[in-house]
Design a protein around this ligand. Structure first.
Ligand SMILES: Cc1cc2nc3c(=O)[nH]c(=O)nc-3n(C[C@H](O)[C@H](O)[C@H](O)COP(=O)(O)OP(=O)(O)OC[C@H]3O[C@@H](n4cnc5c(N)ncnc54)[C@H](O)[C@@H]3O)c2cc1C
Ligand code: SF4
Length: 477
């Protein structure tokens, strides 16, 4: 019976939820994909082949039990599908929206490999959890018993919040410190609304707050409170501060007005969407309206900048990348979305310098792909004599992020870091070299993904519980 609802991939084509047409979606910051209707979600979930070796599950960082919740969805047993999906994922509706599925679960779907087009796993996951919220199946956090021990979490991004959720459900007193005025980390201030609408994130934060998680916002650890103070207040500490130091360019003219960092540009735009007062946006400094915008970089942050610029009403938007389309680090899905929205990609091009005290152009060097480097990727080489100037009124640098120097900033020189400045932590327990101090997410991995931060946060929460239980039994001896 169950089987009849599955294995539909031969007859049923892969279909994503409806994508709003570019001309319409360019007008606002709302998400670009609609929601499946119930029948459509069941039909699409029913395309799963229920193969014996679910590579989708192996390649999902959370090892979500994808084939089973697809089957339950196909059978119309949505509440059970939700229960199963939330058992392994703290924020399934967020992952369903913003995981680069083409590189994770869907990219490894067996029917994709056989040429039938992957099961639309992310969209079904989003549908299941959005429905769960609508139907009131998402349960409030209600610990069975309160515990006296407390955990201090520094950083309210997905890593910190996933740990907060697990620990609070177990009854621990959880305090989350963040230097921003809103929780959510890059889900709130980095990722634009057209990929992840902000009320989706705020709903989860409300849920945590209502469940007893305490948020101490506008609190920059190392500045407003010392790391040692936090350590002394709590039985264990989790560092989940992400990576925020923007990589920079060394090129003549790079200090000109009108050359800005991606994180500043995106944060200003997200703040504007919240209705905040943003002087740097209103002054035009971080606003692309009416400008010729050039974004430098080829990752997902660059894609978010070009698409944000389009929505702000830029005159033209170009993306400069030193390799070609096939060698871009960004998700191909996002590149396609950007192209549909009118972004022009200038492949095999690198900035050599900038003209104007207030920028009016980027001196561009054309590149070709040479032999593979140590990482196996073809290294870009300069084509001599091919320089030209690309006119620009706003240049956005999206060249990646590095960790801040936490041991120095927080006056804890004994906290071990790697040669890249990321915190050294055990891969499974996420314990650092300091007793009772754990670290997760981008500050350990370097710039990564929301889903990996969630996995780390959940694992660290388990390790912290074991640690606290261990210290309690030692104390009782
Ligand atoms: C523009 C952009 C787009 C992205 N798009 C995607 C995407 O589509 N899909 C995806 O999976 N991933 C995406 N990512 C990556 C993803 O957002 C990160 O990997 C993820 O948010 C990391 O989670 P985290 O909890 O480690 O850190 P963060 O989300 O960075 O949160 C860290 C928090 O710590 C706080 N903090 C830092 N230092 C201190 C301090 N000293 N005191 C107090 N608080 C502090 C910060 O204010 C922040 O709130 C994107 C990243 C960027 C920049
Ligand atoms: S969490 Fe991400 S990788 Fe895992 S099933 Fe969901 S969309 Fe796929």
């Amino acid at each position: 019976m169950a089987q009849q609802k599955m294995l539909k991939f031969v007859d049923v084509e892969r279909e994503m939820p409806e994508k709003r047409p570019p001309d319409l979606r360019k007008q606002d910051f709302d998400e670009i994909y609609g929601e499946y209707a119930r029948e459509k979600a069941a039909e699409q979930a029913g395309r799963c082949s229920q193969c014996g070796v679910p590579y989708c599950q192996t390649h999902c960082p959370l090892h979500n039990n994808i084939p089973d919740w697809l089957r339950l969805t196909a059978e119309g047993r949505l509440q059970e599908a939700y229960e199963l999906s939330q058992a392994t994922n703290t924020f399934p509706e967020i992952c369903g929206r913003i995981c680069p599925q083409d590189r994770l679960c869907e990219g490894n779907c067996v029917i994709e490999q056989s040429g039938h087009g992957t099961v639309t796993i992310g969209s079904v996951e989003k549908y299941i959890t959005d429905t769960a919220w609508e139907q009131g199946w998402v349960k409030p956090i209600q610990p069975h018993q309160e515990r006296p021990e407390s955990v201090g979490i520094i950083g309210a991004g997905p890593g910190g919040l996933a740990a907060a959720d697990v620990l609070r459900r177990k009854g621990f007193q959880v305090v989350v410190y963040d230097r921003y005025d809103r929780a959510g980390g890059l889900m709130t201030y980095g990722i634009p609304g057209f990929k992840l609408e902000k009320d989706v994130v705020m709903k989860r934060i409300d849920q945590l707050e209502q469940g007893g998680v305490e948020f101490v916002l506008n609190c920059n650890v190392g500045d407003d409170i010392s790391f040692e103070d936090i350590r002394s207040k709590h039985n264990a500490v989790l560092i989940a501060t992400g990576v925020y130091k923007s990589r920079d360019l060394q090129a003549p003219g790079v200090g000109a007005q009108g050359i800005v960092r991606a994180i500043d540009f995106l944060t200003a735009s997200n703040r504007k969407s919240f209705g905040d007062d943003v002087p740097e946006f209103d002054s035009g400094e971080l606003n692309a309206e009416g400008k010729r915008v050039v974004v430098i970089g080829g990752g997902d942050t660059a894609m978010d900048c070009v698409r944000t610029s389009v929505r702000q009403g830029a005159k033209s938007v170009k993306c400069l990348y030193r390799r070609d389309k096939t060698n871009m680090p960004g998700s191909q899905r996002e590149v396609n979305n950007a192209e549909e929205e009118g972004v022009e990609f200038v492949w095999l091009s690198a900035p050599k310098g900038f003209t104007g005290d207030t920028v009016d152009g980027v001196m561009v060097q054309k590149m070709r792909l040479g032999s593979p480097d140590a990482t196996g990727r073809q290294a870009p080489e300069i084509i001599e004599g091919s320089d030209y100037v690309e006119e620009a009124d706003l240049v956005i640098k999206a060249l990646g992020f590095e960790p801040e120097e936490l041991p120095a900033l927080w006056n804890v020189p004994e906290l071990e870091v790697t040669r890249w400045g990321t915190i050294k932590a055990d891969f499974q327990t996420h314990a650092t070299n300091l007793p009772g101090v754990y670290a997760v997410g981008d500050i350990v991995r370097g710039a990564s993904l929301v889903v990996w931060a969630i996995r780390d946060g959940r694992e660290a929460a388990d390790a912290i519980m074991n640690y606290i239980n261990g210290t309690r039994s030692i104390a009782a001896e």
